[in-house]
Design a protein around this ligand. Structure first.
Ligand SMILES: O=P(O)(O)O[C@H]1O[C@H](CO)[C@@H](O)[C@H]1O
Ligand SMILES: O=c1cc[nH]c(=O)[nH]1
Length: 238
């Protein structure tokens, strides 16, 4: 498909980095660009899915929102990988903890993602409920975290299509039967696209609320606590 694509307006492929950091919220993408990058240009505003390219410590890096849920992440990551020459996508998101042992603000690196979603099967015929990120990208992220002395826990995550479940307690079985430590809504589709297209994907999460204790962070606290995760992703991108 020629660029621009239906969902990304950038027509100069040289203006996008090989590594894209992707939060769900496009305003968080703007915040990352404003706070951490220099020489920033905007690369997308279609549907307000804001994207930017800039420099971090002299290295080119892009940041763009994915939107919420697997269909949205599926579209943006596919277009970035397939039509814009992107090699690595690092998702940076919030997650709900399924375990008393995993508290607010802790940073999780997805070891793999379990999902009930049909995304991977429909997209490329991948028919298993677990899917792995890139070993190489995860290793870079762990090395980056260690270089800035920031603890990260590599754990299995749940990628859910549903934020508001009628049976709230389902999380107890998902934790017990499948070993998922927390829930988010995009990584499984991102990992499926990366696998289908021979690209690299990883997912960093900050625990924003706990299904066990019902504690939750305020939006201001979320913003501050995301700093650790963002620094890890940025260090891993260079
Ligand atoms: O903070 P983000 O990246 O949006 O991630 C999580 O937050 C959203 C739900 O509130 C879902 O997108 C979920 O995956
Ligand atoms: O998907 C998500 C993200 C944060 N918290 C949740 O409970 N679910």
């Amino acid at each position: 498909m020629p660029i621009p694509t239906p969902h990304i307006e950038l027509s100069d492929i040289s203006q996008i980095a090989k590594t894209v950091i992707m939060p769900g919220d496009p305003l968080r993408a703007k915040l990352i660009a404003d706070s951490y990058l220099s020489n920033v240009i905007q690369i997308n505003s279609v549907r307000n899915m804001l994207g930017y390219t800039g420099e971090y410590k002299g290295h080119k890096v892009s940041v763009m929102g994915s939107g919420m849920g697997m269909p949205s992440m599926g579209i943006y990551s596919y277009e970035l990988y397939s039509f814009y020459g992107v090699e690595n996508i690092i998702r940076v998101g919030s997650a709900g903890s399924y375990s008393a042992d995993l508290g607010l603000y802790e940073v999780v690196l997805a070891k793999d993602a379990w999902s009930e979603s049909s995304y991977a099967k429909v997209q490329g015929g991948y028919d298993k409920p677990f899917i792995e990120p890139s070993d190489a990208l995860n290793a870079r992220i762990l090395a980056a975290a260690s270089s800035i002395n920031t603890p990260v826990r590599e754990l299995r995550i749940h990628s859910s299509d549903v934020f508001y479940r009628e049976r709230f307690e389902d999380y107890i079985d998902i934790n017990r039967e499948y070993g998922c430590a927390c829930v988010e809504m995009e990584a499984f589709a991102l990992f499926a696209n990366a696998k289908a297209l021979n690209k690299h994907a990883a997912c960093l999460l900050t625990i924003s609320d706990s299904l066990v204790t019902h504690e939750a962070t305020t939006s201001e606290e979320r913003q501050n606590s995301f700093t650790k995760m963002l620094q890890i992703a940025l260090e891993a991108s260079i």
